[in-house]
Design a protein around this ligand. Structure first.
Ligand code: FAD
Length: 383
């Protein structure tokens, strides 16, 4: 077992860190900090990401993607600004969902644009009455010869307000055994009947999370992706990959909080000594690094299992739960080490805390992740 990154991996991580610092951070800094970035700004950001081959990281090379290992993906994702990183994980995962199962014609029309970052895609599954229980979706698709009609309401959709394409999870009823018959339908943003409303969040405020309404939206019937009933299987595959990635994004934020805390404790003096020389302060610094490092290794291990083709449902759920919980706790400790400064807007730590907190919900809440892990450990589903 080798825990050291290769020279190639070190170079890739450094390149993404430079891209973040030199190109992306200045874009984010010049835009309002508490408003979703405009479509034009997102296009500029995706142009930079595409230039580095980051827009389709896990899409196989034969389909035009970067074909990167999940471990490499995980090493890089935490270097990006968190709102950009979440957008990218949604775009990249949705691109894989589209490319795996879309008819050739649809792929020809959209895949290159998605890989080039000229189009953005998202996946719309959650609904007001179907959150953790994605089998409860009510968005209806009806097929009538060459056309399909879609009606329903989706909630909490990443990227929706800047997306050109939606993969919409719909239902056409139940099969003979009474199982929900779900479909994935590709819907272009400019179809009549699609409306998107941004939902303000506590963190990641330059990012995009929306409600989307589909009111009798008509698409060609061949906009169906994959086979009826296979939506859940492919969702799970992408979720398994996403979970440790989201964990690593949250840990990336925590690592920046730790750097601030280390600097502050080295320079701030109380009782005639630097804070860093106090025993309890060292314990807190140790705690923060322990929280980050233990979760980082758990996330990378889950991604490695996926690269090896092993079942990773439990490992990936455990990784995201550990990492997002540890990140919030680590940032909270870093805030405490700053005293009053820690809760000012000036230090940026309160924003880090708000941003990291967001990651405890998407692609499985803390509770649902423990149930997925428990199901893998016991062979019994408790939900
Ligand atoms: C930043 C962000 C991005 C998102 N992006 C997308 C996206 O791109 N596409 C998309 O389709 N959705 C997206 N979502 C939605 C997300 O998947 C849902 O919010 C999530 O699945 C939880 O659903 P819910 O919010 O309705 O909570 P609920 O399902 O109502 O859960 C509420 C609470 O009850 C608990 N709970 C639920 N069921 C059980 C049970 N059986 N046993 C014990 N506890 C339970 C949960 O753990 C949670 O704590 C996003 C959400 C966020 C916050």
């Amino acid at each position: 077992m080798d825990f050291d990154p290769t020279e190639d991996q070190k170079m890739m991580v450094e390149a993404v860190a430079r891209l973040s610092a030199d190109a992306l951070a200045p874009i984010l800094a010049r835009e309002p900090a508490s408003q979703p970035l405009s479509k034009a700004v997102m296009a500029e950001i995706y142009g930079h990401l595409a230039g580095f081959g980051l827009t389709a990281m896990r899409l196989p090379v034969e389909l035009g993607g970067s074909g990167m290992s999940m471990v490499d993906y995980g090493l890089m994702i935490g270097e990006l600004p968190p709102a950009v990183a979440l957008s990218l994980v949604s775009h990249d995962g949705s691109t894989v969902r589209m490319a795996t199962g879309a008819p050739e014609d649809l792929r020809q029309r959209h895949l290159n644009e998605l890989i080039a970052g000229r189009k953005i895609i998202c996946t719309a599954t959650s609904e007001p009455e179907a959150g953790s229980n994605s089998n409860a979706i009510r968005t209806r698709v009806t097929f009538d010869g060459e056309t399909a009609r879609i009606s329903g309401r989706k909630m909490w959709i990443t990227n929706a307000s800047v997306a050109d394409l939606f993969i919409v999870t719909c239902t056409s009823g139940t099969d003979a055994a009474g199982k929900p018959l779900n479909h994935r339908m590709l819907v272009e943003r400019d179809r009549p009947g699609v409306t998107v409303t941004e939902i303000p969040l506590t963190g990641l405020r330059q990012g995009h999370l929306s409600e989307v309404n589909f009111e009798d939206v008509v698409v060609p019937a061949d906009h169906a992706i994959g086979e009826p009933g296979d939506a859940g299987k492919l969702m799970t595959l992408v979720w398994n990959g996403n979970r440790p990635l989201l964990g690593l994004i949250a840990l990336g934020i925590a690592r920046r909080a730790l750097a601030l805390a280390q600097e502050h404790c080295a320079t701030r003096r109380q009782f005639g000594r630097p804070l860093a020389a106090m025993q309890l302060v060292q314990q807190d610094l140790s705690e923060i690094e322990m929280l980050i490092e233990s979760a980082r290794l758990t996330c990378l291990s889950a991604l490695h299992a996926m690269d090896m083709g092993r079942r990773a449902n439990g490992a990936s759920a455990m990784a995201k739960r550990l990492a997002t919980g540890n990140a919030v706790r680590a940032i909270d400790l870093a805030m405490q080490l700053h005293g009053a400064l820690g809760i000012t807007e000036e230090m940026g730590l309160e924003q880090m805390w708000r941003d990291a907190r967001i990651f405890q919900v998407p692609d499985g809440t803390m509770g649902i992740l423990s149930l997925i892990h428990g199901r893998e450990m016991t062979g019994m589903a408790a939900f």
